[in-house]
Design a protein around this ligand. Structure first.
Ligand code: GLU
Length: 445
């Protein structure tokens, strides 16, 4: 594999798509060795076929706000690869959404979904629509307009979208309502649905729970547990909420959460009603964490800062891509961190990842650590197909098993001669091999 030539060609073909190129480089660097050992991949030109999405749908959504003003947003669905199953991946509504971000997320999703052990291909979609400050009625009108375009290319056996940043239970409800009206079927095409209409227990908590289950396995390789550990979490959405719950349940003390406005440091620990308060903060649609410090006055709000400056044993970045840079990594290492598990997608910059690996710290990349969300979406699909609902214990048990199996795959392909597990390499190689072999089986299509 001539990595630099591939990357140069890709840069020319996809100018300015920084996040997408970052995600591709990380995967190619990890798989170079196994790719070169298996000439059948090169003969079938697997790399060039893998980095090009199968198709991308771009569309316009015109919608009217409560004052009668008309707005226009851009919508996307990137169907990246369906070698091992129907396209599967979330929808993100955030002003930062563009094609580069959705291509990076869709590309990551291919390997993440492959790691889950379930038959799901990779996709991602969304819009530059900003839910911040919007009324319920505005969100509903926007979701309906979005689905009037999207429904044409999705279906329970073709492409199964879900939530991501800015798309939670409420949005999935509005999207699903319009889908079933226009598609005239009720087969559960979206995941993350409400419990009364085909949703799965544990799905809201799954990404955060799964991240902590994965971190638990990483800690066990060093004969460590969450008990008594100080845990720094970023974000205050669904993932951070689930992670804080499970980390607390396992005996950890969560001391931070963060938003675009800054971070909260709560020396008493963020547990019980404080974790539930995160849901209230999120539901306010304001995208700020400062009000936590009014509600719980022992906590301190640090304006415009990220939580990586606090002393902690375990760090769980659960906010968004590239939220933890080299300087943050240096701070964490200086303060004695020994485990980082990424609840978000690609939250650490490549320079930060390099530092963690160089210092032989337990570092779990997003595509392995946060795969519990999409895995439980896969379990929701199974339940929908069987027209039944599994009890909480069963879903949680399956999620736990899946996270342990992802951890095992990472160790299998990521352990070096000295016994250090490079989870980035392990996750990429394990995810890649399954997809690449399936592509070989299917011929040139
Ligand atoms: N958006 C989540 C992710 O990044 C979940 C996707 C899904 O459930 O399809 O994996």
């Amino acid at each position: 594999m001539n990595l630099e030539k591939i990357m140069n060609d890709l840069e020319k073909k996809n100018p300015g798509e920084v996040e997408y190129l970052q995600a591709v480089r990380e995967v190619l660097e990890s798989i170079e060795e196994v790719y070169n050992e298996n000439p059948q991949f090169e003969s079938a030109n697997i790399i060039e076929r893998l980095v090009e999405p199968d198709r991308i749908l771009t569309f316009k959504i015109s919608w009217m706000d409560d004052s009668g003003k008309v707005h226009v947003n851009r919508g996307f669905r990137v169907q990246f690869n369906n070698a091992i199953g129907p396209y599967k991946g979330g929808l993100r509504f955030h002003p930062s959404v563009n094609l580069s971000i959705l291509k990076f997320l869709g590309f990551e999703q291919i390997f993440k979904n492959s790691l889950t052990t379930l038959p799901m291909g990779g996709a991602k979609g969304g819009s530059d629509f900003d839910p911040k400050g919007k009324s319920n009625a505005e969100i509903m009108r926007f979701c309906q307009g979005f689905m009037m375009e999207l429904w044409k290319i999705i279906g329970p056996e073709t492409d199964v979208p879900a939530g991501d940043i800015g798309v939670g239970g409420r949005e999935i409800g509005f999207l699903y309502g319009m889908y079933k009206k226009v598609a005239r079927e009720n087969s559960g095409v979206l995941t993350g649905k409400g419990l009364n209409w085909g949703g799965s227990l544990i799905r809201p908590e799954a990404t955060g729970f799964g991240a902590v289950y994965f971190a638990k396995e990483m800690l066990a390789t060093k004969k460590q547990t969450f008990e008594g550990k100080i845990v720094a979490v970023s974000g205050f959405g669904n993932v951070a909420w689930g992670a804080a719950q499970k980390a607390t349940e396992l005996g950890g003390k969560v001391v931070t959460i963060s938003g675009p406005d800054g971070y909260i440091y709560d020396p008493d620990g963020i547990s019980g009603e404080k974790i539930e308060y995160m849901l209230e903060l999120r539901a306010s649609n304001q995208d700020i964490v400062k009000p936590y410090s009014y509600e719980f006055p022992n906590a301190k709000f640090h304006q415009g800062k990220r939580p990586w400056e606090v002393k902690c044993d375990i760090a769980l970045p659960c906010a968004t891509q590239n939220e933890l840079n080299k300087e943050d990594a240096q701070n964490l290492i200086k303060n004695g961190v020994f485990c980082i598990a990424e609840g978000a997608n690609m939250p650490s910059t490549p320079e930060a990842v390099e530092l963690f690996i160089e210092h032989k710290i337990l570092f779990g990349p997003g595509k392995a650590v946060n795969a519990g969300g999409v895995a439980t979406s896969g379990l929701e699909m199974s339940q929908n197909a069987m027209k039944l609902s599994w009890p909480l214990k069963e879903v949680d048990h399956r999620l736990h098993e899946i996270m342990c199996s992802i951890h095992e795959s990472c160790v299998k392909y990521g352990k070096d001669k000295e016994g250090y597990v490079n989870y980035v390499k392990g996750a990429n190689v394990a995810g890649f091999l399954k997809v690449a072999n399936a592509m070989l089986d299917h011929g040139v299509i």
